[in-house]
Design a protein around this ligand. Sequence first.
Ligand code: BG6
Length: 508
Amino acid sequence: MTAVELEPNPLREGLDQERVPEASCLVIFGASGDLTQRKLIPALYSLAHDGLLPSGQTIVGIARAEMTDEQFRATMREACDKHARTAPVDDAVWETFARGLFYVQGEFADRDAYARLRERLEGFDKTRGTGGRRIYYLAVPPDFFDDIAQNLAASSMVNDPEKRGPYTRVIIEKPFGHDLESARALNQIAVSIFRERQVFRIDHYLGKETVQNLLVLRFANGIFEPFWNRQYIDHVQITVAETIGVEKRGNYFDANGIARDIIQNHMLQLVSLVGMEPPVAFEANSVRDEKVKVLRALRPIENAVRGQYVEGSVLGEEAAAYRAEDKVDPASNTETYAALKVYVDNWRWADVPFYLRAGKRLPKRVTDISIFFRQAPYPLFSRLGVKMQPNVLAIRIQPDEGISLKFDSKVPGPAIRTAPVTMEFRYATSFGAEPPEAYERLLLETMLGDATLFARRDEIETAWAWLDPLLQRWARDPRPPHFYPAGTWGPDEADALIEGDARRWRRP
Ligand code: BG6
């Protein structure tokens, strides 16, 4: 059989001309953890697979467990086979990739471990051409942050960018604090040792192609921006729905809840990107300046509903109640669902409600932003008994990434009847490929030193300052959250929140 010659897809043009950074040592603190195995190493492997890692790139895992480099490599290979976008692992790619993969055993509070680490890193500068460039990835709970940062500084492993020399950068995983006070404390530690431009605070939603495309959709097209405001938009709905429960993270989740886990970070990133003014340049500080202004304009939360799942069935499988989950307090009042009505009090968005909802154990995994437009000014067809539907621009962040526009059309035939129809754009169809994983993009951006897709200090603190009063209100409220059976779209009270305004949640 002869191979079929595929026509080149013009929409993929330029996709192969990616930027390749200089080789560095990327040190992962928390190398035996879940994040390293499920996300970080698989993302790095996929970058290598796509030819986006520089030759000589070196990755060093550090954790408490005793392990040799070889053992670490074997575990990571398994992880890549299971989790990498480009799985199964290709032997030839792996061989080169694994040559740059190393392990150092150490306790994060033990100064000697840093001496050992430093010695190895300096060795790699000589053998692998990493030139003293360092990226420290803190894939550890925030309690370790202080110890690690202090020890790195005390071991002369942090270079000040104000002085000449190779760069040092630090990537900090979420949760970035538990409330405003703890977030400030973490930021304080960060800025006592690093400069803001060395700090890359991860919100993996910003690494998603569809999230970045919000900026392109809004600011690279002439047709959307003119009606992206209160004159034409009736309201906005943002949904982050998951089918999974808390899985093995009962401990973490029960102490946090969905508002801290999703709304404070991922959801507010989406709100800021939908709400922001055009930045003066597509550059880290200009973009983040505009995003933070949206957060500053958020009105204190008045309307919020919290929910918690009880027993039910999700995607045809029985699901236990939240309170019966492993490592969850059987009397827990932690919310697994939250719905909020919020306002961005500024010129563009005055009186346009943003309805936000996020939940675990919902019927479907979907993240969606729906922009509902105002009705036509004059009800020309309603006089003929025709019911008009609002126009909706639906931006599907995941899965089935794409954008659709819903509008009414005449049903063919002699009578005037209308039906909603949609215009669709789908990433997979247009670009012929699945978008890369968020962590791939974010790791690459850190190596390139571009912080556009990372949260700045003031963004994090402004987000917490806005959410804190609600969290405190909930903490003081002795009533349990509103219960909803697993596999449903949340409690009835969340429907009432929007239906009270004569609107309805869209079923994405
Ligand atoms: C994480 C949350 O930040 O995001 C998890 O801690 C959640 O609870 C996850 O499941 C969702 O990410 P994604 O990329 O699957 O939407």
